[in-house]
Structure formats: structure tokens, C-alpha cells
Ligand binder design. Structure first.
Ligand code: HEC
Ligand code: HEC
Length: 300
């Protein structure tokens, strides 16, 4: 590289200018992407499924057992390790995994990896998440194989699942709504994937959109937990909560009645929405408040 020779030939002051000029946005842009990616990574809850927190496992070295009606999934190692993680992947391969649910070898991912929500993310955000993951230490641990029941252990079946349930790609903003609402929808439906836990599923494991955010009864939610109805229904949902109260709960984990979130929602806040800006949390709240109010919990 001729650059150092060139720099030694100029005065200190212009060296600074040349440095800034010769190394344009790339260096600065990538550290910026890493910082942005860190927030997105948290909001997406990536570490929640890809780190075995119960066993105090290394960050992104593979997750704890995720029990579902289809069997047990283990979030794989997605650390920057070139062999055991995704260190060798290109941006394009990462994009395809997160948006299309397709592995570099062409096989299909199970929707336990919430790509049916992440598919809404923009290219810029997906690449920023990858930049952040690549800035984290590699973990040399082999991913654990899933333990699935027949016929769900056959990945080819996922082609049909995707045809039914994967509505691929980002959505255009709805011009009839405010910028805040559109931002809230982007975060709630996409990155923060609220619906993946708060919406009941069909027999085939797709989200039952007619019951969007209407909650799951015990036994049906993730890890068999009951998940509350968060539509603005006055009795069944959170119709009595104000936008400010919803936003506050996503920041501190404190509910309007002074109680705190427990179980999976505590993780969603602590390792997720707590890192978002106040504006982003408010946007999510505005969007949630605009949903169709639905009575009942789960599949009622
Ligand atoms: C609810 C749990 C869950 C969350 C949240 C989650 N993942 Fe995953 N992820 C999984 C599971 C389970 C798999 C394995 C899917 C399979 O084997 O078909 C997976 C697979 C992946 C893979 C493919 C790895 C490989 O070796 O092929 C990538 C990449 C990935 N996830 C990235 C992410 C990112 C980035 C986020 C956050 C934006 C994220 N995941 C959030 C559960 C999750
Ligand atoms: C990993 C699953 C999961 C995800 C993702 C998730 N939640 Fe939750 N949520 C839960 C569970 C479980 C509870 C019940 C918590 C408890 O018992 O304290 C809950 C509770 C809530 C409540 C309290 C409702 C009530 O009546 O007390 C609100 C509000 C809420 N979630 C909003 C959200 C929003 C907004 C998002 C997306 C930013 C989200 N949740 C994402 C699992 C999840």
C-alpha cells in the first residue's frame, strides 16, 4: 500500500486530512454498524435462544433446550467461530438465513428460529446484526442436534410450511399511518417478534393471524407457558394500559400495578427492549395499542 509513504511526505495537519480521506466511511461506518447492530441484536433476542444461560454457557455458543409440541430445539452456535459458528459466512448467506430461512447448504430452517418475523428486517439492519456478531469472541463448541418427533425431523417438510406461512421480505410503510406507528410495526412484528410468543399457533405451527397477539393458553406457548393477550381488549387484553405504561414496562419490566415481568418476558425486556431508545419503545406501544381488540386468551 502506497499510503504510509504518501503520508510521511506531508505535514502532520494534512496527514490527518489525508487519513480521513484515504480511509473513507468504511472504518467509521463499520464501527457504527457494530454499535447499531448491538442494539438490534438485543431487541431481536438473539442471545436468548443462542446462549445457554441456565448452564452459564458462552455467549452465542448454543442455546438451552427450547421445548415445543414438535420436539426440542437447541439454538445453534452462531458465534464468529469459523468452524463451529458462522464466522465463514458472507453477508449474503446471513441475509438468506435470517430473511428466507435457508442455510448456506440450501436446506430449510425450522420456524423455531423466528425468521418468519425477522424476514421484515431491512438489509442494513440484518448486516449490522452480523457485523456485531462478528465483533464478538468466537466460541469453539459444536452445536447440539435437535431432538424432534417424526415427521417434524424431516426438513423437507418445511418447504410446505414456508409456502403456507412465510410471507417473505420487508413491508412498505403504510402511508395511512404515522411514522411512529410504522416504526412500531417494524419492531414489534419483525425484530422483537412479539407475535411469535403472544399469538396462538395452528396445528402446523404457523401463527394464527386471526388471533394475532391474543395470547396462548398454558401448554401452547413457548416452553409450554401461558402467554397473555396483549391486544387492546378491555377485559381480556391490555386495553386499560396507556401507551406510556406499555413503553415503561418494556424499559424497566415494571407493570402498571407495580408488579414485574416474570418468565420469558423478563428476558425479552432485560436482554432486549431495555436497550432500545425511548422513542422506539413508545413506537412499539403505539402500534400494540392500535391492534384489533380480541376477547379471550389463546385459541378461544
Ligand atoms: C426463539 C428462539 C430464537 C431466537 C430469538 C433467535 N434464534 Fe436463531 N435459531 C434458532 C433455532 C432453533 C435455530 C436452528 C434452526 C434449524 O436448525 O432449522 C436458529 C438458527 C439460526 C441461524 C442458522 C445457524 C446455522 O448454523 O445454520 C442463524 C444465523 C441465526 N439463528 C441467527 C439469529 C439471529 C441473528 C437472531 C436475532 C436477530 C436469532 N437467530 C434469534 C432460534 C432462535
Ligand atoms: C419469548 C416469548 C415472548 C416474546 C418474544 C414477547 N413476550 Fe410479552 N410476554 C411473554 C410472557 C411469557 C408473558 C407473561 C409474563 C409474566 O407472567 O410475568 C408476557 C407478558 C407481556 C405483557 C403483559 C401483559 C399482561 O396482561 O400482564 C405485555 C404488555 C407484553 N408481554 C408485551 C410484549 C411486547 C410488546 C413484545 C414485543 C416487543 C413481547 N411481549 C414479546 C412472552 C413473550
Amino acid at each position: 500500500m502506497a499510503f504510509p509513504v504518501f503520508r510521511s511526505a506531508v505535514a502532520a495537519f494534512s496527514a490527518v486530512v489525508v487519513l480521513a480521506f484515504a480511509e473513507p466511511a468504511i472504518a467509521q461506518g463499520s464501527s457504527d454498524a457494530v454499535a447499531r447492530g448491538a442494539v438490534l441484536f438485543d431487541a431481536g433476542g438473539c442471545a436468548n435462544c443462542h446462549t445457554d444461560r441456565k448452564a452459564k454457557g458462552p455467549l452465542l455458543g448454543g442455546g438451552a433446550a427450547l421445548k415445543t409440541p414438535f420436539g426440542i430445539f437447541y439454538g445453534p452456535n452462531i458465534s464468529s467461530h469459523p468452524e463451529f459458528g458462522i464466522g465463514k459466512w458472507t453477508d449474503a448467506q446471513f441475509l438468506r438465513a435470517v430473511r428466507d430461512g435457508v442455510a448456506p447448504d440450501g436446506s430449510h430452517y425450522y420456524p423455531a428460529f423466528p425468521y418468519a418475523s425477522f424476514t421484515r428486517l431491512t438489509d442494513t439492519d440484518i448486516k449490522a446484526i452480523r457485523a456485531y456478531i462478528m465483533s464478538l469472541p468466537p466460541v469453539a463448541v459444536k452445536s447440539r442436534a435437535h431432538d424432534l418427533k417424526f415427521p417434524f425431523n424431516i426438513r423437507a417438510g418445511l418447504i410446505a410450511w414456508k409456502w403456507l406461512y412465510l410471507d417473505k421480505g420487508p413491508r412498505a410503510d403504510d402511508p395511512a399511518q404515522t411514522a411512529e406507528w410504522n416504526r412500531g410495526r417494524y419492531l414489534a412484528d419483525g425484530l422483537a417478534h412479539c407475535g411469535e410468543c403472544h399469538t396462538p399457533r395452528t396445528m402446523l405451527g404457523g401463527l394464527d393471524l386471526a388471533r394475532y397477539m391474543a395470547g396462548n393458553v398454558k401448554g401452547q406457548g413457548p416452553e409450554g407457558e401461558a402467554v397473555p393477550n396483549i391486544t387492546p381488549h378491555m377485559q381480556s387484553g391490555i386495553g386499560k394500559w396507556t401507551v406510556e405504561q406499555i413503553a415503561e414496562s418494556l424499559k424497566s419490566g415494571t407493570l402498571p400495578d407495580g408488579d414485574s415481568y416474570g418468565s420469558l418476558m423478563a428476558d425479552v425486556v432485560a436482554n432486549g427492549t431495555a436497550s432500545l431508545s425511548d422513542a422506539d419503545r413508545r413506537a412499539i406501544a403505539v402500534y400494540i395499542k392500535s391492534l384489533k381488540p380480541l376477547a379471550g386468551r389463546g385459541r378461544n
